[in-house]
Design a protein around this ligand. Structure first.
Ligand code: 6PG
Length: 241
């Protein structure tokens, strides 16, 4: 389903409401809430909302387990780190136990070996391999998580977590694979701005070409996906008119 909002503020508020509802539902039904966070700019306002009143009091943070959907393979204090952004805007502001947080990074480890370790970390709390919620963004080129156009990771169907060198950015990326993402109970893909309009149109209404527009791979098996976008990003969509 797709929700089209006036601006970044409105779509971030909608995402915060959905986050809270999903967390409460998971905690009521299963006793915990497992969430994979995203990087990029799109979730910054959502994280700030969740880290402040009145939202922050709505969540039983001691029952929340935080993972990441993808990461740039850089130290936690690097400004490119997705984890650092989430700590700065959200995790340092809420009473979540430190051992409930699983950044995709380990000093001195190789990204490929850490991807194997991360699958074991998932097994600690993500029951039946299903996240309660995965947050995602989408790049102007149609990538989501670290599933970039034309990369071999798009064909990965055995691993749940994969790491690879992204030559175009001269860095390693580590990511949940599409099959793992698609097991989630709920997925939120949030994005805003005119520079996303073309990719959003191609992903949702264009021909299927997952090599070129990897976000087309996101189709939960038995869950729901919510596209939360602003009017500018929805500009080319027929269903946005
Ligand atoms: O680490 C990353 O780069 C992200 O997780 C990535 O998949 C991001 O969501 C998109 O690139 C959108 O980024 P913006 O929200 O900054 O447009």
């Amino acid at each position: 389903m797709i929700g089209i909002y006036k601006n970044q503020q409105d779509l971030s508020t909608a995402a915060a409401d959905l986050f809270i509802a999903t967390a409460k539902d998971a905690i009521t039904k299963r006793g915990s809430f497992t969430v994979a966070l995203t990087g990029g700019n799109s979730p910054a306002l959502l994280y700030a909302l969740l880290g402040d009143s009145p939202y922050k009091e709505e969540v039983e943070w001691d029952k929340v387990f935080v993972y990441w959907g993808d990461e740039r393979w850089v130290p936690l204090d690097d400004e490119k780190s997705n984890a650092r952004m989430a700590f700065d805007t959200l995790l340092n502001h809420v009473p979540i136990p430190h051992d409930h947080i699983f950044p995709m990074w380990e000093e001195g480890e190789s990204p490929q070996l850490y991807a194997i370790k991360y699958e074991q970390l998932l097994d600690l709390h993500v029951t039946a391999e299903r996240f309660d919620l995965i947050l995602l963004g989408m790049g102007d080129d149609g990538h989501t998580a670290s599933l970039f156009p034309g990369t071999a990771v798009l064909q990965e169907n055995k691993k749940r977590v994969a790491a690879y060198y992204l030559a175009a950015q001269e860095m390693y990326r580590i990511t949940l694979t599409a099959p793992m993402i698609n097991l989630a109970r709920t997925i939120i893909i949030m994005l805003y701005g005119l520079n996303k309009a073309n990719a959003l149109y191609e992903v949702l209404e264009g021909e299927r070409n997952t090599e070129k527009y990897p976000a087309q791979l996101i189709q939960p098996i038995d869950g729901e996906v919510h596209w939360l976008v602003d009017e500018a990003a929805a500009k080319k969509l027929a269903l946005g008119k």
